[in-house]
Ligand binder design. Sequence first.
Ligand code: CDP
Ligand code: CDP
Length: 539
Amino acid sequence: MPSPSEVANVRARRSRATPRRSPIVVAIDGPASSGKSSVGAAAAGRLGLRFLDTGLIYRALTALALREGVSVGNPGGLVPLVDRITLADDGTGRLTRVMLDGVDATDEARGPGVDASVSAVARLAAVRTALLDRQRILSSEGGIVVAGRDIGTVVLPDADLKLFLDASVDERADRRISERGLDPDSDEAGAVRDQLRARDEQDRMRAVSPLRPADDARIIETDGNTFAQTVDLVTAAIEAASEVRAEASAKPPAPAAATSVPTPTRKAEPPPTRKAASVAEPVRTSHTGLLEVAMRLDNDQTTLVRMVGLVSRIVARMFANIDVKGLDRVPRTGPVILAINHASNADPFVTGAWITTALHRRRIHWLGKQELFDWPIFGWLSANGGVHPVARGTADIEAYRLATRILERGYVLLIFPEGTRSPNGALQQAKDGMATLAMRTGATVVPVGVNDSDLVWPKGRRIPLPIPRRTIRVRVGEPFMVADVVPADAERRVAKRIATTAIMGRIAALLEPRQRGFYADAVPGEDEGTDGGQGSSSV
Ligand code: CDP
Ligand code: CDP
């Protein structure tokens, strides 16, 4: 929680509000030394907005841990230190100073000792959770620019304006070197360069709230810009967004007859059908501030789940022959990731419907976009059929946490590792999340290849093509554990890459060469090939 003096500072500042201040919320993210804090603070100062530098909180926590000899990898030791950190106002509403036990420690927090360790602290989920509420409370009244790594994606996914400042790593390192008054040819300058690269890498690759632009962020490349030019750019962007906000709120209310039609106000308002997602309604908890998910994680197949499976099988056969092999390879117990290629809207139906028959009363759990639940009948079926909604903006962290819970309980999770449907039927590069999940939870991975679904129901078509009659071939591969294919001493990033390639290569082995795409060279051996598999269930 913010300390009373922090709150008092914020309130005092707010009561001195200039008429130009609007309740706008601006998120500025970006890699190290991209200018978030200096540019953000300068633009906020010009516009009479408050400013919050969230990096300073992570830095202060790291400084305190180093002082107290608490290991930077030990969440149990770090979390209790959080309450000893206070942010302080620089007199103009900008929270640019930090106190430890009431004593200013800003210089210590910005020092090189902290540079080297801060990313290790920031990658810990428990630490991020402990700090999240605080960042949100400090921002809650608006009229603020907030700088960090995950502000637009996780902390304030509803921000009115999201900016992502970037610059080449060399330029950013040069800025930090000159800021610290170092000789560019000195060993110290070399260390700054190496350390900045390493920190960027760690911030980008971490599993929880990684550094990345939000989907709706505006990316500002600052290479070659002077500081003043970047401040001008950011100030102009905030002013433009404030005007849009002001215009939107100045619009006269809709006439009475039209009020039954919901008018979107802010893009982050929950969709009207959110209630339908009763299976996993995310709720805010007062202490962590994270979107805790109160889930009814049922594991048994209900009549509805079986009915949906049956109807899907009947409907699928109306459009194509369905030939499924290897169903008896699906484990009957323990956590399972069904990793499936995705080339068509037909894939969830043909895989879900047939694999459900092999699960012996266990149901499949899916993660679905929140929007899915807006569809009239489909939304209701999804909500009651094992699909868990994942809200936009927080999608990555929320999806990851949900998926972890499902697997930790020993359930079955279906994942399309490519994220989206392939445009041409061939495998696309997969996201890393699945590999991390498999490594962390020790789930058994079952590769599944769906052949030719893209010919029956191509991307971009509203309905499938029953003519010419084709055969969709679903091949279930040999289950395996990623721990068996990743060398025990592999560095985390390397391990993730090896695991992703191992999973995708095994899916590729179950596909015709035309569909192997990005993983054509990763096929482990033709013996697992496209026709391997007992337990045939051909139609
Ligand atoms: O000033 P610089 O860009 O070097 O770093 P900072 O913004 O002070 O942040 C220091 C470190 O805190 C980053 O390298 C991240 O590891 C972490 N951080 C974070 O994880 N999330 C944030 N919202 C802000 C900072
Ligand atoms: O907060 P972050 O780590 O992203 O960067 P910063 O501490 O605000 O900026 C790092 C240094 O780069 C500061 O000395 C800025 O004045 C400088 N800078 C610059 O010279 N030109 C820019 N366009 C942005 C920042």
